[in-house]
Each structure stands twice: as structure tokens, then as C-alpha cells.
Design a protein around this ligand. Sequence first.
Ligand code: HAM
Length: 424
Amino acid sequence: MAKDGIRAIEGTRDYFGVDGIRFEKAFGAAAEIFSRYGYEKITSPVFEATGLFARSIGEATDIVEKEMYTFTPGSDSITLRPEGTAGVIRALLQHSMHKQGGLVKLWYGGPMFRRERPQKGRQRQFHQVGIEAVGSGDPLLDAEVIRMGLAYYERLGIGGVRLRLNSIGCAKDECRPAYRKLLKDAIAPKLGEFCKTCQGRFEKNILRILDCKNESCKKLAADLPKSHEKLCGECDQHFTAVKEGLDAHGAQYDVDPTLVRGLDYYTRTVFEYTHSALGAQDAIGGGGRYDGLVEELGGPATQAVGFALGVERIMIAMEALGCCACETPLQVYGIGLGEDCHKAMAGMIARLRNAGISADMDYEGKSFKAQMRAANRRGALVALILGDNELEKGEITVKDMREGGGQETVPLNAGVEAVLQMLP
Ligand code: HAM
């Protein structure tokens, strides 16, 4: 603990060591995969006007009702972003990106903030990588977006991802409003049997009753009308085309009528990726189509789809599956004994780094044994060893630190080349 007892705020954490590597990998894979699909990176502020989130995520959602970190430093009310979509759409409209013609594909990554009860996989500051594709209603785009999420998990070596899929229809009277009414009529006679939270949601946000985690509510919900069976003609066709698109990609999915998502901006397609390594908070990512949001935020009627993937939950899956466990942060460790060797080693390490190799050395004047221990602790693949005898002869020892690895003594000026040959 820090001397004065100060600790990280509950629900926040530090990322270092193997976890730090996993954290970086999650962002690195996002840059690689999302740009392969034509997405450009956008970085927007971590705080925005409170009204942006209230208008987009919805006043009656858990996030806006009770989870936002809202401050009023002057006369303005600002909120730490609980998610990335609202800010991206705000930026898109502010910079008229939607007027430049064609589909706008953006990706982002960074911290998000929700005042939820912390538990495994649920933090108050967490990180997401996400994408938004704005300007098309094409169901094949939904399929491509969903497939891209799966490609992302594959890139990180995370197998066993389950894809849940549903359609919650559109705002036309005969579609979601009619379904909502149907749901109301079906729930009303049994409302007393649902939990208190569901009873509260009956008037404000009835669809959320479907995804209540309470076992008895789940049983009751199983008999309720299913949204994907009550879609209007156009939404029904759209959902069929999304499923066909996923079939064409060879993506496995489960249509799950209880999937409604916790944000109000969704229309038609909604989806979630889950992983069994996670426990209760098993959603490692989620998203959907949101054809009304751009207009809601003051832009023209514009169709859009996107997702966000939870970095901490991805890291839990990576840990459970042993991803990254054998990776080393360091390729070469330099052991220089005595002042002259120390200096010569500093030059060699600099040359290795210039050649793109991760390399480090001792700066504490430690003994040979202690430096070898440091090389092992850092997981170095190769150790460079330089003592006075070798320096006099103009030689250096290159030791393969992997199991069964040998060592060789080479001319000092051939040391870098010898290391390069030895590295995988
Ligand atoms: P979301 O489902 O609220 O969607 O969050 C996406 C993912 O962020 C979740 O599946 C989960 O992995 C992670 N996540 C959410 N809350 C926490 C938390 N408290 N601690 C750790 N991880 C968490 C959205 O945020 C939408 N903006 C996604 C989207 C983009 N839809 C369209 N475009």
C-alpha cells in the first residue's frame, strides 16, 4: 500500500506485467483488424455534455438513471463517458463527416466510466474498443460488422465465443410499439410475480424485463411473446438478410429473444458476444443497429450500426485460455561486468534496439549471478555476456536462454548479428 494509505478508487485498477501486455494486445488487435475492414481511428474526449448521454442512451436506462459520473464544475453539467457511441456521433455531426459522401467507418478505444457495483469483469473505469459504421442500412453491413467482432477475438486467440442475436424492430407503430403493447398485455396480469426491478421497468422500459437475470423472472419471460416473431415486414426481411449474411460468413449464432440490450438507441439488429470464462458478467462485447440516433442528436435521418468490446473481459478470457502467458516482454538482456564492459554493453544494447529488438541491461552494478537472475526474471530469450577477458580478446558470449539452448562466443562486432540469428 502507498505510504499514506492511498489506494486506487474502488472499481478501477492498474495494468502491468502480463496483464499490461494483454491490455496493449487488445488495443493492438483492434487497430489491426478494424483498419483491415476499412475503419479509421477517432479519439474523442472522455467527458461530454451530460445531455448528450441522456438523449442518446435514454433517460430511463440504468446507465443514465444511476451509473453516470456527472459533475457541474461551472454552470455546465458534464459527464465522464459511459460508452463511446454517443461521443463518436456527436463528433461526426460536429465535423460534418456525414456530408463527405458515403459510409463513415470509425473505430475507437479508451476508458469508459459507469458507477456499477464492482465485481469480476465489472469495473467503474473500464475500457472498450469499438466501431461505428454510419450511413447505411444494408443488412450485409450488420453481418460484416458482427463477423469483424469474431475476427477480432480470433486474432487474440480467444476461442469459444458465443454470438447471441436478436431483432427488436423499428419505431413504426406496427413494429416495436405494437410489440411493446403485446408485451404489456401479457405481463400485466402477472406483474406481481416479477421482481421489484422488473415491476419498476414495466412502465419505463418494458423490454428490459426480458433480460432480467433473476431466475424466476427468466422463467416467466420464457412464455412472453418474442420480438423477432412480431416484426413489421421490412424489419423481418432485414433480420432474415442479416442471418443469411452471417450464414454466408460461416458464423454460428443463437437467436435469443431475451436479448434487448441496455441502451435505448437500438433498432432492428442487436447482438452480444459472450464467453464462458467470465462468470456472471459474460458479455465480452455487444452492439447493434441504431437507425434513429444521428437524427435524435440533430443530424439528418441516417442509418448506422456498431459494437463495443470490453477490454477487461477480453483480458479475463485471454488469461483463462492462457493467451500471452508464454510471451516475453524482453528479447535480449545484456550482462556487462566491470566499467569498460558496462560501457561496451550499453553500445550493443543501443544497436539492438535500433534494429527493432527489445533489449535491456543492468544499471546497478550487480554481480554476474544477480544479472543472470535478472535476465531470467525478465524472461529474456537471449543473454549477451561481456567480461574483461572477452573484451580484451574482442569477443562476446551470446547465450540462448531457452530450454536446451547453447551458447557461443563470437567477435564483438558480430554480436548483434549473432543475436538476430538466434531470435525466432
Ligand atoms: P455495452 O453493451 O454497454 O454497449 O458495452 C459493451 C461492452 O463493454 C460489454 O459487452 C462489456 O464487455 C463491456 N462493459 C460494459 N460495462 C462494463 C463494466 N462496468 N466493466 C467492464 N466491462 C464493461 C455499448 O457500450 C455500446 N456503445 C456498444 C455499441 C457501439 N453499440 C453500437 N455501437
